[in-house]
Design a protein around this ligand. Structure first.
Ligand code: NAG
Ligand code: NAG
Ligand code: NAG
Length: 452
């Protein structure tokens, strides 16, 4: 066996066990949704109090960050800073620690890297990066690691969804201009994760949250996947992170990309687009005051939605991997199309879920379930929600673990019972979710539903 073959073999074994550098061997996590990317349906009263609006078709009123920032250019930053300060607090972190949570997924907009925003046509609040630093620092003190999730992409990656920051059917992410901006975002986040002490617990970067499922509508997404990983690894190399396969390169001097790049020949990793991204990243890093060499030695985990998120001949993100990589699948029964809307159909479906196996067969392993919850298309009894929580946790734990959507939602008259099925902390309080996330109420919950 050649040494490289041995290395690959060991890497495959490690991947199969789900132990990626920095991540817990089993992820018991929650999303920090509606914090740095606000979705007004999750906090309807606060949104109205902030000055937002509610409407059936979210593109037709002030229902998103974009519409809000456009309507209130002078006050948006202060109003959002108050939201960021109060929506996710030390008290929330204490509650997550008490609930045994070991990982958070942090949804982020491209606008958190403020120089990327074209202010003539794009409207978003400023000041999120300081809040991200604040939150990561508190999470780290609590022993919780973070996945940085590029949740809302430049140009908008999916039509008419609040989670993209802008409700519109004008979807322009899948263009060279916006792929390029997303890659600059990636290099900035990679640099922050290695250089900024506040980011010491950021262990993974997810390329894009929930692209359009029909791969025919996401042209060049496969090339973007390749460049995403190359940008992370090229940035790490320039920051002095030991990076397999870069041995012959000149030793990094001071993390100054501009000084380094001329000494690095064009190669498979340092291709023309990656070099262009790195050169465009430099002035942003200077503006943000971020430079220097990496403070840590581990490579970041690159993270993609799994190949089976898409249909219609999708690109396979496993072909982009260079170093540690993980895969993310999201599963909501409440939006339809998964199982018939009744208890037996839900349990039969989840108890026979084949997603982990189907992904592994295509190299998409380890896999975690980065979004799920307790919502249903029918009125669920308490008795059902105990089973529904158990069965989902048992299914997702067969992979690398899970992250619930969401850590909390608003509790108000207007929000009604939203918290019962969408809030992890309330689910624990109500008893549906066990106080120890590694446990279930009834390990046999699936016994009547498993098919031969
Ligand atoms: C870059 O290419 C030149 C010319 O082929 C070669 O002399 C040099 O060693 C290369 N540098 C690296 C770091 O590979
Ligand atoms: C980075 O290197 C370039 C080229 O040597 C130099 O002009 C620039 O001042 C350096 N920037 C920093 C922040 O050191
Ligand atoms: C656990 O679930 C199984 C299958 O539904 C059921 O037969 C058993 O009674 C349950 N155990 C408890 C303690 O509720």
């Amino acid at each position: 066996m050649r040494p490289t073959a041995i290395f690959s073999f060991l890497f495959l074994v490690v991947s199969a066990l789900g132990s990626l550098p920095g991540l817990p061997s089993k992820i018991y996590g929650v999303n920090l949704g509606s914090w740095l990317v606000l979705e007004s349906w999750m906090l309807p009263q606060e949104w109205l109090d902030m000055g937002g609006e509610s409407c059936d078709v979210c593109s037709t009123c002030i229902a998103t960050e974009f519409a809000f920032a456009q309507a209130f250019p002078d006050t948006v930053d202060a109003i959002f800073n108050k939201h960021w300060t109060t929506w996710f607090t030390q008290a929330d972190i204490n509650a997550l620690v008490a609930a045994g949570i070991n990982t958070v997924r942090v949804p982020l907009g491209y606008w958190i890297v403020e120089p990327l925003v074209n202010r003539a046509t794009e409207f978003y609040p400023r000041g999120g990066l300081a809040q991200l630093r604040r939150g990561l620092t508190q999470l780290r003190a609590a022993g919780i690691v973070a996945i940085l999730d590029h949740h809302a992409l430049p140009g908008v990656q999916t039509a008419n969804q609040m989670f993209t920051g802008r409700c519109t059917d004008d979807v322009e992410f899948y263009t060279q201009y916006n792929y390029h901006r997303a890659l600059i975002w990636t290099s900035v986040m990679t640099t922050l994760s290695h250089v900024d002490p506040a980011f010491a617990n950021a262990v993974a970067i997810e390329a894009i949250n929930e692209p359009i499922m029909d791969a025919a509508q996401t042209p060049d997404y496969g090339e973007f996947q390749q460049n995403f990983v190359k940008v992370v690894r090229a940035t790490e190399f320039l920051l002095g992170v030991p990076t397999p396969g870069f041995g012959a390169m000149p030793a990094p001097a001071n993390g100054n990309f501009t000084a380094m790049l001329p000494n690095i020949n064009t190669s498979a990793v340092f291709n023309a687009e990656v070099r262009s991204v790195l050169l465009d990243t430099v002035p942003i890093l200077l503006e943000l005051g971020i430079f220097g060499l990496s403070r840590r030695k581990d490579q970041l985990i690159t993270n993609f939605m799994d190949i089976n998120w898409q249909f219609d001949n999708p690109a396979n993100p496993s072909e982009a991997a260079l170093g540690p990589q993980g895969y993310d699948n999201h599963l909501y029964y409440s939006f339809g199309g998964v199982a018939d809307p009744n208890e037996d159909a839900y349990l039969t479906s989840i108890c026979n879920l084949q997603r982990i196996q189907a992904d592994a067969a295509l190299g998409n392993s380890p896999l975690w379930f980065g979004e799920w919850g307790l919502p249903t298309q029918f009125t669920a009894t308490d008795a059902f929600l105990f089973k529904w929580a158990d069965a989902q946790k048992l299914a997702y734990s067969q992979g690398a673990g899970w992250l619930f959507w969401n850590f909390k939602v608003e509790k108000s008259k207007l929000a009604g019972t939203l918290f019962r099925q969408w809030s992890y902390l309330d689910g624990v309080e109500l008893g549906f979710l066990t106080k120890d996330p590694s446990k279930v109420h009834n390990a046999s919950v699936c016994a009547p539903y498993v098919m031969g």
